[in-house]
Design a binder for this molecule. Sequence first.
Ligand code: BF8
Ligand code: SF4
Length: 631
Amino acid sequence: MSEEFRLTYVHEMAEAVQKLQATRDKVGADSWELRVKNQTPHCKFGEQGICCRICTMGPCRITPKAPRGICGCDVHGIVGRNFLRFTAGGAATHSDHGREICHTLYASSKDGAYKVKDPEKLIRIAKEWGIQTEYRDIYEVAHEVAEMALMEYGKPFGVSRWLSRAPKHTRELWHKAEIEPRAIDREVSCSMHMTHMGCSSKPEALVRQSLRAGLCDGWGGSMCGTEFSDVLFGTPKPIETEANLGVMNAENVNIIVHGHDPSLSEMICEYAEDPDLIAYAKSFGAKGITVSGVCCTSNEVAMRRGIPMAGNFLQQENVVLTGACEAIVVDVQCIFPALGPLSKCFHTKFITTSPIAQMPDSEFVRFDVGTAAEKAKAIVKEAVENFQNRKPELVYIPDLKRHATVGYSVEAIKKTLDTVTNSQVDELNTLKPLVECVRSGVLRGAVAMVGCNNPKVRPDRSHIELMKKLIANDIIVVASGCSAQSAARAGLMDKRAKKYCGAGLKRVCELADIPPVLHMGSCVDISRMMILVSELAKDSGWNIGQLPVVGCAPEWMSEKAVSIGNYVVSTGIDTFLGIDPYVAGSSEMLYWLTAGVRDWVEAAFTIETDMEKLENGIIEHIEAKRTALGI
Ligand code: BF8
Ligand code: SF4
């Protein structure tokens, strides 16, 4: 078997999509490939970040002839304010998602739709926060923890509770640089205040607040999202699944879950397994019900339930173009408004569920904690009944899928390491074996690959080619978000992909029985990576900034990704961006992001749109860190 295994090429994925585009043309639909053409070339002012419209004296655009806006703001202030607003948008989005999860935890109960699935983790967090756990009902503890977490969003004094998980050195850097995040909402609000007309226009101050706003996400809102999703739905452990459009099943009712909040998708998955509803599907001539996912919701349910991953961000229209999608059910974030008109060209039901993400041409089924079960059941039922409306002549599901082992939470990584270590019992549950691999050079280092797809680069290519190069150089990859889905679709999360590794990483994959690219979850789960590096630092005695570890978002597109970049850099991890965050127009902003911040947090951004240079830059960077450590 293993000698037959090979990765799926990006061109094979592209060819499969071409057939879907023929269907698109046949039904007279639209898709992102066509819209990109209409939007090209993009506005040069926008691309460089040198347009300001934060007051109605403008909009002001900076040109050689007009070097200042009407208020006198120069290009650096304009680019800086835009960058901070972009960051704040991302921090708000992740954090508000986290807040929803806290509310779900607050509403959890023994007999309700939402229960505590990982009481051990809940108790661990409760103890961390000084909450009494003995002789108490688990739900009483859950509600107190949830309330305390919700207070993190607006508390008047102090800094984020989660910061205590970071190494002492990192916390000292944050304190000294005055970037410790306070209440989560305060950092978002403060960013909006700083960027109002007539407030900050000094790049240094705007970048400092960008780091702080990022930190309120990664070490605040996103961490709430991850930790309490684990408490409610289970902490991920390695589980088998499949990825790419071929996971959809032409004989079954296909329900696609798309978005980010697992509260919805967990319930949908629950009811898709309901024997009554499966029997109901059979009564319409289907063989069963297949739920598969798109975007981060997909990562959430793949990691916890093994639900297959149909695709990532730029595949979302393709799932409808298969003609075999009975319902695409979405919650929040990264959902194309295009799905409304597109679904009208097919029998597909486009169901929005959150007041946060409402779109034209969708059916709105308001989803809330109290009615979650009945709404989810109704949605599954509606999808089943829609099977009969399928147009068989439009059905084409590309025969493309790969096997993947997913679900590497920090807890699962430690457990995996325990199985390969011969250490004493008191040495279990640590990352020390990993540190030893890095110290000895069996592993050269690690790269956290994150982020989206972006039509500015060929979809998935940068993710997949970069990962291939890294693993061939004995650099292990941890991935999240749409980057993780690229890896899974290519086959890089199949344990047999170890044959593409250098000798060192191959040996590690064999010993630990892991794939060379580890799936760590959705984008809010990049908070897991922050815990991972913190523990690596503690277990190695090195500072995070010294570790041969790099962050990389080669195809990113969203505000959330910039927020992530800010907190990853702030945590001490050099971060490589393959897409420019609209800062090219300001030499001062470029200086602060790519060099200046290093004095504060021992890491900085690299912006490199040339993929080959990006690849080489990452490897050189890892080797330079090793040399500096003398390993
Ligand atoms: O939060 S990687 S396209 S799905 S923003 Fe969106 Fe980007 Fe995908 Fe997840 Ni993250
Ligand atoms: Fe123009 Fe200044 Fe108003 Fe921005 S804040 S739109 S630069 S006048």
